[in-house]
Write a protein that binds this ligand. Structure first.
Ligand code: RIB
Length: 277
């Protein structure tokens, strides 16, 4: 039976402007349309796992602003359990994003309510995996992973955005998902199995390469999140890490073909088509 995936992480309103190219420091560019999407690495990963068929509970925090209401509704629409979502005074997390004509982006996040999320009082019954990233306080990630370890729950850390991490936190991680830059800022990656994502070049899982899928790229925002979410969905269903990474690799490719940072309701069909199933 498939165990529940708990995703602890950020949830943001993504304020996105398309631009012919990414701006240089001090430069003003005239861009294209402005669009608001639901985002945040944690919530994107929760939605990706749910789109792949997992039973997903999100632990995050929204503000008391209208974004908070929309962000919760977006999770519910995607089938994510919001019973552990929290609310804080003030603004929700917001990400200012520029996407260029090749689908590359720049992102600056104002954490807002994400800084107030807590991991105390979580229920671990039926949970197979907890997945976290680093847009929420590191001490909260540590708290959740210590609880997870005490309950025999697998821990997966996507160490994004890039920062060095204390070895005592890395010792709590079973699977570490990083890109090359994120790996380079870690003094030591710790004992975890490593999934190294290589953008348009696929990924390497525990030393074994998986080739990229060739897709028509519209927007790379959230591709890594789709990979993480799909990977843990497969792990929770009993797949090996290699098979889970194959699904993650395909989900990341599908994410590049749609605008915004989230997988949509058609994603599973597209992922299965890429994998030839
Ligand atoms: O990984 C993409 C995400 O990073 C965006 O949705 C943005 O909110 C930031 O968290």
């Amino acid at each position: 039976m498939m165990g529940t995936v708990v995703v602890l992480g950020s949830i943001n309103a993504d304020l996105v402007v398309q631009s012919p190219r990414l701006p240089l420091p001090g430069e003003t560019l005239l861009g294209g349309p402005f669009v608001t999407y639901s985002g945040g690495k944690g919530a994107n990963q929760a939605v990706a796992a749910a789109r792949m068929g997992a039973d997903v509970r999100m632990v995050g925090c929204v503000g008391g602003d209208p974004f908070g209401v929309e962000l919760i509704a977006g999770l519910v629409d995607a089938g994510v359990d919001v019973g552990s979502m929290q609310r804080a005074e003030g603004s929700s997390g917001v990400a200012i994003i520029t996407v260029d004509g090749r689908g590359e982006n720049t992102i600056v996040v104002a954490p807002g309510a994400n800084a107030h999320v807590r991991a105390d009082g979580l229920s671990w019954a039926g949970v197979a995996i907890v997945l976290a990233q680093l847009e929420v306080p590191i001490d909260v990630v540590r708290d959740a992973f210590e609880q997870a370890r005490a309950h025999g729950v697998t821990t997966v850390l996507n160490a994004a955005p890039a920062t060095d991490l204390d070895p005592s936190l890395l010792a709590l991680v079973d699977v570490l998902i990083v890109n090359q830059h994120e790996l380079s800022v870690l003094a030591t990656p710790g004992p975890a199995k490593i999934v190294l994502t290589l953008g348009g070049d696929g990924l390497v899982v525990d030393g074994a390469p998986i080739a990229a899928h060739q897709v028509s790229v519209l927007d790379t925002t959230g591709a890594g999140d789709a990979c993480c979410g799909a990977l843990v969905a497969a792990l929770a269903g009993g797949a090996s890490l290699y098979e889970a990474a194959r699904l993650g690799n395909a989900a990341g490719a599908v994410a590049c073909t749609v605008r915004g940072a989230r997988l949509d309701g058609a994603a599973r069909t597209h992922v299965e088509a890429l994998l030839g199933g």
